[in-house]
Design a binder for this molecule. Sequence first.
Ligand code: ADP
Ligand code: MG
Length: 408
Amino acid sequence: MIVAKPILSIVHEVKHTPNRVALDDIELIAQNASEMLVNVRESMLAPHPAKHSPVFTTSQIASLCRIDRKKVNYYWERPELGLPQGTVLPRTREFTLSEAREWVKKVGPFNKRPKGAKGKKIAIGNFKGGVSKTTTAMTLAQGLTLLGRRVLLLDLDPQASLTALCGILADSEVTENQTILPLIYGEETSLQYAIQPSYWDGIDLIPGSAALFGAEFFLPFQQQKSRGFRFWEVLNNGLEPLLDDYDMIIIDTPPALSYVTINAFMAADGLIVPTPPNALDYASSTQFWSLFTDFARSMKQIVPDLDKHFDFIHVLLTKVDSSQSATFAVREWINRTYEHHVLPIEIPTTTVTSSASAEFGTVYDISKYDGSNKTYLRAREAYDRFAEMIDQEIYALWTWSAEGGAAA
Ligand code: ADP
Ligand code: MG
């Protein structure tokens, strides 16, 4: 086990000017922090070195497939259907995530992506940090896979929290070449090279890393240097070849209107803006929309014939704490401001999410929750309904374009 050097010793060496830290010292702090994180992660995930997806009971299979338990037994007794049999344990039966997803795809009442319909790209954005963007990206992906979908997660935040939620530490386990950077630098034309499988069946990941900051220098530089370069189209072009392989591509963005965020928004078919109903987050969400407007205006100036539209823009109320008296009022402001863009589903604040997140997980990562089952179910139901709603909306868009809607 690596033991990180105590950070305090750095401060103590500077006797007379205790608050001064030279730039060189920062490197030492960074090194300590990343070593510590590796240790902390290992102890959190102990006894397993890597993340594992949850297991499912027969009742959970029934609920995922929208059938009753008797029907599960009925299907299960017919080997000709080729449904996974699970593992027999004393008095019960257990299914892996991949077995559960096979059940869902074979006997669940879900609609397949129509032939020829392309995967939809959904960006999660808000220029404020801590509003639940990354949690929303991960839970949406997990919820969609439990509806039988195949999802690609794209982590565009140099902080790489989504990558961490996938059980990968960006600092020590991701090289620059595994991120979107080779695409940004023009060394690759398709993002295929960066896709890696994750611990969660049905979710693939393109990881993020601190090196993503490089894009913020390169894209404006290239825009100035090369005539005809369109910095805002790089990501979309790289995703295009992947759209047949995935039902949904979910893009987590950094909390800033960066060049990379612009690429995400320009590529996205749908935009989801997580907004907690408290006064400060509401205030910064208004800034998000005004900055977004400025950006849209300047894009129109650069490219007057730009034909960009979103299939949907949703405001999702997140971290909703109904016990706070302000919540009610701010929820009203949000509804009045964003009107039909506000989704009729809200994600409650849950200790389940915050405690699971400390272990790099979400509500979906829990096989058996030890705390109050009611709290868990409330959060789980909200996330399930959210994923279902997005799924239905995307299915409607697929059928609409198949009927010629997109050409109209
Ligand atoms: P962002 O990506 O916008 O910065 P995160 O998804 O990383 O936001 O969430 C910020 C913090 O809030 C994390 O610690 C996360 O676990 C916590 N969080 C997110 N959603 C919830 C929720 N519904 N209930 C409680 N805590 C939450
Ligand atoms: Mg984030």
